[in-house]
Design a protein around this ligand. Structure first.
Ligand code: ADP
Ligand code: MG
Length: 247
């Protein structure tokens, strides 16, 4: 479903900073229906890689193919259409404070030109599905962190994407909300036939919900594998992070 081949992204030097090779020759493949974890220390290039997947950041080199469509060659309206097939959620939710839950979820449908009645029906159904049927008219300030992330998930799913990118989506949540939001992401992946990329620095999250995982360091993939397979190599870089230290 997602094939990234030799993608690199360098941020050029400025007067104050040297050039940063944020993503350095990364290749990866995610099967349809899989949840793929991307882990790595802060600054290892996780967010830049995610942004390269939906061309929010244009790679300097390499290709991104999603559902048999090469994105790196697209521009303008074609690129916008392709982007609608990729939903994204963030640590800080990025909701509009001035809009209700319903208004936030309707926004991408408004931008896509969907008619009012259809917009309203779809946004309502999605908010019900994420457990917020009784909060349709609440503003973000009236919702908890977990509820705000559920609104963001509903908004990301409104255009019926085939891919869901989650960048540290649970990092601002307490452990109870984290567990329920992750369970929801896992359920929705299966129910809607999504392919999901989950960026996190929490190893528990990876073990709980991911099928496969990639470890980034300095913009490069330094280890990868199916969770079960990684755990069977106890000395591997990923296993040493995923397994509790021996005492
Ligand atoms: P992570 O999400 O793993 O913490 P990022 O992808 O945000 O890492 O950042 C990777 C590297 O790229 C870091 O060194 C960061 O400072 C740099 N970087 C990210 N975005 C930009 C940008 N827009 N301009 C310059 N440097 C950037
Ligand atoms: Mg990041």
């Amino acid at each position: 479903m997602i094939t990234v081949s030799h993608v690199s992204k360098t941020f050029p030097a400025t007067r104050r900073n040297e050039a940063v090779h944020a993503v350095d020759d990364v290749s990866l493949h995610v099967e349809r229906g899989q949840v793929m974890g991307i882990v790595g220390p802060s600054g290892s290039g996780k967010s830049t890689l995610a942004r390269c997947l939906n061309l929010l950041e244009r790679p300097d080199q390499g290709s991104v193919v999603i559902d048999n469509q090469e994105l790196t060659t697209l521009e303008g309206a074609q690129l916008n259409r392709a982007r609608r097939r990729i939903g994204m959620i963030f640590q800080q939710f990025n909701l509009l404070d001035s809009r209700t839950a319903l208004g936030n979820v309707e926004l991408p449908l408004e931008l896509a030109g969907t008619g009012r009645a259809e917009r309203r029906a779809r946004a309502t159904a999605l908010l019900e599905r994420v457990g917020l049927g009784d909060k349709l008219h609440h503003h973000p300030a009236q919702l908890s962190g977990g509820q705000r992330q559920r609104v963001a998930i509903a908004r990301a799913l409104a255009p019926s994407p085939s891919v869901l990118l989650c960048d540290e989506a649970t990092s601002a949540l307490d452990s109870v909300s984290t567990d329920s939001v992750l369970a929801l992401i896992r359920e929705l992946t299966e129910e809607l036939g999504l392919t999901t990329v989950l960026i996190t620095h929490e190893m528990d999250v990876v073990k709980k919900v991911c099928d496969a995982v990639i470890l980034l360091e300095g913009g490069r993939v330094v280890d990868r594998g199916l969770i079960s397979e990684v755990l069977s190599r106890p000395d591997s870089p990923l296993a040493t992070r995923l397994l509790p230290p021996l005492s």
